[in-house]
Design a protein around this ligand. Structure first.
Ligand code: XIL
Length: 355
């Protein structure tokens, strides 16, 4: 008798639990899973990454894994880090990013062989004639490109070679390799890998017409002379005050070159003047949201073959370089807030991109 009661009881509990499961499953399962932004886009969505954060902040890693289909190393492939001494390359931290991207099936965009701000001291102090300088930079580019052959399919070859007024920026590279140093770098890169995509990357084409024109002229000149170039990186470190027309202009004119266009370092600042006690009000959030929508809408309209992707510079607001580099603690320039939660603009973008 006791046994029968026990079996009955177990049976009742089993039935009860099962019915509970059915109820919770059928009520909690949404009809269709909401799409992530990257799933709604016909082009890759990227972010710049720090390898340390990938392994020390769980929410950072989770967001990177779930939300992006392309990654750029924020700093780890820059010359002062990846090539810190004459004959020493430091691959470890860059490799970490490449390996995580591989696990996540994300594309890796290489950034950047030559940038005046990442020149190591050993290069600044290098003594040699013109041929020795050529060989130094050629070998720097070709060594990294060859090391990552098959793993990184695109590179920013030269970063920020122009001043805002469209003149060439003075740098150790221009001084030592000559006025035509940008073209030289592109040729050396192509020599090392005929299939890798080569980008020229710069900021402020949306705020300076002269700088935009300088880039377009350089591309036209490269084409005329047969210098290889595949893409233009518009960094788009911009702000809510910029007009939509200026953004459209920079994208449209760049598209006319026929090259691939990468919005390569997107952030939309709201507190550019670093106002103390700044409040990120709903009105400012809406303005920022409109700016993001304009950028994505405009970009989606360009020919698909030219859509290389949109990459955000950093993952969430608290990771933003605008806070650390420019010491603007009250800056909120990205799609994810300080807690890695999606901002309301995220859903607006998803809805817009599905239209
Ligand atoms: C920035 C990084 O985000 C910072 O961490 C670093 O201290 C300086 O460089 N244009 C570029 C990027 O091409 O490489 C820069 O990244 C931001 C401006």
């Amino acid at each position: 008798m006791k046994n029968q009661i026990f079996i009955l009881l177990v049976g009742v509990i089993f039935l009860y639990c099962n019915s509970k499961n059915e109820v919770t499953e059928s009520t909690s399962k949404p009809q269709t899973t909401p799409k992530t932004l990257k799933e709604t886009l016909p082009f890759p969505l990227g972010a710049s990454l720090s390898p340390t954060k990938l392994f020390s902040i769980a929410a950072y890693r989770k967001t990177v894994d779930a939300e992006f289909s392309s990654v750029t190393a924020e700093n780890m492939m820059k010359m002062h880090i990846i090539h810190p001494e004459t004959n020493r390359y430091n691959w470890l931290r860059a490799d970490t990013i490449v390996n995580v991207a591989k696990q996540n099936k994300q594309r890796v965009h290489g950034h950047a062989f030559v940038w005046h701000e990442s020149t190591p001291n050993w290069v600044k102090g290098f003594q040699g004639d013109a041929a020795a300088w050529d060989s130094l930079i050629k070998s720097h580019i070709q060594t990294i490109l060859s090391y990552y052959k098959g793993k990184i399919g695109s590179w920013d070859v030269v970063n920020e070679a122009f001043n805002d007024d469209g003149t060439w920026r003075n740098s150790v590279y221009r001084e030592k390799l000559g006025d035509d140093y940008v073209a030289k770098c592109f040729k050396w890169a192509r020599e090392a890998d005929p299939s890798v995509l080569l980008f020229y990357n710069d900021f402020g084409q949306e705020s300076s017409e002269k700088k935009l024109q300088a880039t377009l002229d350089m591309v036209a000149d490269f084409k005329k002379r047969g210098i290889p170039i595949d893409g233009i990186g518009l960094q788009m470190h911009t702000h809510i005050g910029i007009s939509d027309a200026r953004i459209t202009n920079a994208i449209q004119k760049s598209v006319e070159t026929g090259l691939k266009i990468h919005i390569s370092e997107l952030d939309v600042a709201v507190n550019q003047n670093n106002t103390a006690n700044f409040i990120y009000t709903d009105a400012l959030k809406n303005q920022q949201s409109d700016k993001f929508l304009h950028i994505f809408k405009t970009y989606r309209q360009i020919p698909q073959a030219q859509q290389f992707g949109i990459t955000f510079w950093n993952v969430c607001d608290s990771d933003s370089w605008l806070r650390s580099y420019f010491k603007r603690p009250l800056e909120y320039p990205l799609l994810f807030d300080d807690n890695y939660d999606r901002k309301p603009v995220y859903d607006k973008l998803v809805a817009e991109m599905q239209k």
